[in-house]
Design a protein around this ligand. Structure first.
Ligand code: AMP
Ligand code: ZN
Length: 463
């Protein structure tokens, strides 16, 4: 495997597209800020999930699957979590566990590969304390009144990522006026916890970490002091990523935290900013009730990741229609080992130009209809790199929105129960489940693999 590829990525640090050269081509390292698990993720949160999943797939293709390490954290300590748990009268652990389980299902339904590591903030408190201690020892942080704070003036080149003027940063930071702060822009690394708040013992008393230090600690633990790519939504540039950089670079005395900083643009809904008060707040769950996750993924990828995206029902309908046309051809070549088209690879390597990559898929589709050799197989291979065509044709054609009365998950659960019944030779139960599904409008089709003899079940909706 050659280590030189033509991958170019836009780096927010330099505001330019740069040739990508990993520090160690044998281990390409990427960190993406994950969810704060206090509520259902919304469709805006799906954007970094999908965008960085495509980048992960591309890096695995270029460098080899075992040479890429993707870390996406789970923020399970945060004041929003405490407030929500109190509101609902449940324990913090119960809230974070269930919210994370829902998030994992959402990511799976959107066709995302699991990252290699999904570290939890609460399991990295020791690393956070270690970084804060290094910062205090080197004069970049100080303890005051049960808090530990990062001293922004101690870092000569603070602000290099967001390039915001100092007065703007001061104005932003002044929102949180506090007597224990020495400088206006200083930010919290550690803060004290009341008895009823989650807390850990530390040199500064019982307390909990600030948000930014969590990512510095988890990326350090799993990727090292300096790594290749750090990603997230554009809203994270300031203050979150700026402060991650300040913490990590000052703690480790390094010139960079990550070489490339990538940020996805924002998503709005039907031309408006998504907000609970406007009533246009859409969770990933809501979308999955109406569309297969792959339609949402495809729809997302039609816009370049750095552009804003307008999420509309009309676009989703068109995305579904387009995939409906492609699926039967792509599935004919599901097992083919076809190579990616060079043009497809080239546009994806040009800062993840997924809209152009999809234009290429359209060309392959019409060539396949015209009988051009390899076009169908290439459509399948290129689509797979974008995470498309993950379902078999029966499941794809059988898909109906939850509003049509079919709950795909419930169907799958019943099918699994029937397989268990059959394995236990409980034929009566197996037949009962078949009838129950039929009553729901779901027709099962069993088949046996001629070589392995293994049984499998596909299903279709009979409307
Ligand atoms: P949060 O849980 O708010 O920290 O967000 C998780 C991720 O989703 C971060 O990378 C955010 O930048 C990203 N994100 C949040 N809202 C949107 C949006 N409307 N469009 C695109 N990305 C978003
Ligand atoms: Zn982060």
């Amino acid at each position: 495997m050659s280590t030189l590829h033509n991958l170019r990525l836009y780096n927010t640090l330099s505001r330019t597209k740069e040739d990508f050269a990993p520090i160690d081509p044998g281990k390409v390292r990427m960190y993406v800020c994950g969810p704060t698990v206090y509520d259902y993720a919304h469709i805006g949160n799906a954007r970094p999930l999908i965008v960085f999943d495509v980048l992960y797939r591309l890096l695995r293709h270029l460098y080899g699957a075992s040479h890429v390490k993707y870390v996406r954290n789970i923020t399970d300590v945060d004041d929003k979590i405490n407030a929500r748990a109190a509101e609902r009268g449940i324990s913090i652990r119960e809230l974070t566990e269930t919210t994370n389980a829902i998030f994992q299902e959402d990511a799976y339904s959107l066709g995302c590969l699991d990252p290699d590591v999904q570290p939890r903030a609460t399991e990295h408190i020791a690393e956070m304390i270690a970084i804060i201690e290094k910062l205090i020892a080197s004069g970049h942080a100080y303890a005051a009144d049960g808090h530990a704070l990062f001293s922004v003036p101690s870092m000569a080149d603070y602000g290099g990522l967001s390039r915001r003027p100092l007065d703007e940063m001061i104005a932003g930071a002044r929102v949180e006026v506090a007597p224990y702060k020495k400088g206006d822009t200083d930010f919290v690394l550690w803060k004290p916890s009341k008895d009823d708040e989650p807390g850990w013992d530390s040199p500064w008393g019982r307390g909990r970490p600030g948000w930014h230090i969590e990512c510095s600690a988890m990326s350090w633990k799993h990727l090292g002091e300096t790594f290749d790519i750090h990603g997230g939504g554009i809203d994270l540039v300031f203050p979150h990523h700026e402060n991650e950089i300040a913490q990590s670079r000052c703690a480790f005395g390094s010139g960079v935290m990550a070489n490339v900083w990538m940020h996805n643009g924002f998503l709005q809904v039907e031309g408006q900013k998504m907000s609970k008060s406007l009533g246009n707040f859409i969770t990933i769950r809501d979308v999955l009730a109406d569309w297969p996750g792959e339609v949402a993924r495809f729809n997302m990828l039609k816009t370049h990741y750095r552009q804003p995206i307008d999420w509309t029902a009309a676009a989703l309908r068109e995305s579904k229609r387009e995939l409906d046309r492609w699926y039967p051809i792509a599935k004919q070549y599901a097992d083919s080992e076809a190579m990616l088209s060079p043009e497809f690879e080239a546009v994806l390597c040009d800062d993840l130009n997924t809209p152009e990559a999809i234009t290429h898929l359209r060309r392959l589709y019409s060539e396949a209809l015209d009988g051009v050799a390899f076009a169908g197989a290439r459509l399948a291979a290129c689509g797979r790199l974008l995470g498309l065509f993950q379902h078999d044709l029966g499941a794809w054609n059988g898909w109906r929105p939850a509003s049509a009365g079919i709950d795909e998950l419930a169907v799958q659960r019943l099918i699994n129960a029937r397989i268990e019944a059959r394995n236990a030779k409980n034929w009566a139960e197996s037949d009962r489940i078949r009838d129950e599904l039929l009553a729901m409008g779901v027709q099962l089709m069993d088949s046996k693999d001629p070589t392995t003899g293994e049984l499998s079940t596909r299903w279709e909706v009979k409307l």
